[in-house]
Design a protein around this ligand. Structure first.
Ligand SMILES: CC(C)(COP(=O)(O)OP(=O)(O)OC[C@H]1O[C@@H](n2cnc3c(N)ncnc32)[C@H](O)[C@@H]1OP(=O)(O)O)[C@@H](O)C(=O)NCCC(=O)NCCS
Length: 226
């Protein structure tokens, strides 16, 4: 895997990254990136010391029928980022049901105890939702640290939004926090608007403070952002 310095050097020498539709064989690479970036862009290990369970809970559903219009960014044949999402809540729930055997199989004999504080807190303070009739789709976007700042996030997101709009999906929503400054900049640049915001204590044990949670929405009836 390229480190940040070698990736920057490769870019300055004119190397380009490929953005392509996600394939079933990408599941493990995408799951690893989800885990490597799951704590405000850094590793999820700090709050979830069970990587296989994390991959199964957060990624498997999209590879079991929930996923639609997902893309990955690839550099030198290595997947360095992804955008994944479901066009509506029903398909996502179906994907989760289909992923249930994988989730059960990923339950660790050791490490589960360390995940319980997060799981418990997430159940208590789950993210608010925007109107699912207007914004039925949701998405997740993550890049490895060494791949950030090269327009890959924007390329992935635009490709995803074009496909959603082309399929007649009326709108998309996502949940993020004030800590994700780069993501907020990108979402605002592409026209996402704030539907809900609230302070949440969900992450306080690991961040040392409450954080502002945001639900952002984008209408797609008029097409993807220019
Ligand atoms: C958020 C993320 C996907 C952005 O991808 P990226 O490839 O680094 O960003 P891009 O180079 O495509 O930048 C596109 C736009 O995003 C915004 N942006 C990017 N980096 C930024 C930063 N550090 N601060 C503020 N805005 C930033 C800018 O608006 C930029 O456009 P501009 O340069 O014309 O102003 C990436 O940084 C990432 O994966 N971060 C960690 C995980 C994360 O937060 N995921 C989102 C969870 S909701």
């Amino acid at each position: 895997m390229r480190d940040r310095a070698s990736l920057c050097a490769a870019y300055s020498e004119g190397m380009t990254a490929l953005v392509r539709p996600v394939q079933p064989s990408d599941q493990r690479a995408v799951g690893d990136i989800a885990y490597a970036t799951g704590f405000f862009g850094a590793s999820a290990r700090i709050f979830f010391p069970a990587p296989a369970l994390f991959r199964a809970l957060w990624v498997a559903a999209y590879f079991r029928g929930a996923g639609f219009a997902g893309f990955v960014a690839e550099v030198d044949g290595q997947v360095v980022g992804y955008v994944l999402g479901a066009p509506d809540g029903h398909l996502y729930q179906r994907g989760l049901r289909r992923a249930a055997p994988e989730i059960l199989a990923a339950l660790p004999t050791r490490g589960l105890w360390g995940c319980l504080p997060y799981l418990w807190r997430a159940a208590l303070w789950h993210a608010p939702q925007a109107d699912p009739a207007r914004f039925p789709a949701h998405l997740h976007l993550n890049l490895l640290p060494q791949a950030r700042g090269h327009r890959l996030g924007e390329r992935l997101l635009r490709a995803h939004l074009r496909t959603l709009a082309g399929a007649g999906v009326p709108g998309v929503q996502l949940s993020t926090t004030a800590e994700n400054g780069a993501a907020l900049g990108l979402y605002r640049k592409l026209g996402f608007q704030e539907a809900h915001t609230r302070l949440t204590p969900l992450w306080t044990p690991w961040l040392g403070r409450a954080t502002r949670q945001l639900v952002l929405t984008l209408e797609l009836r008029q097409g993807p952002p220019a």
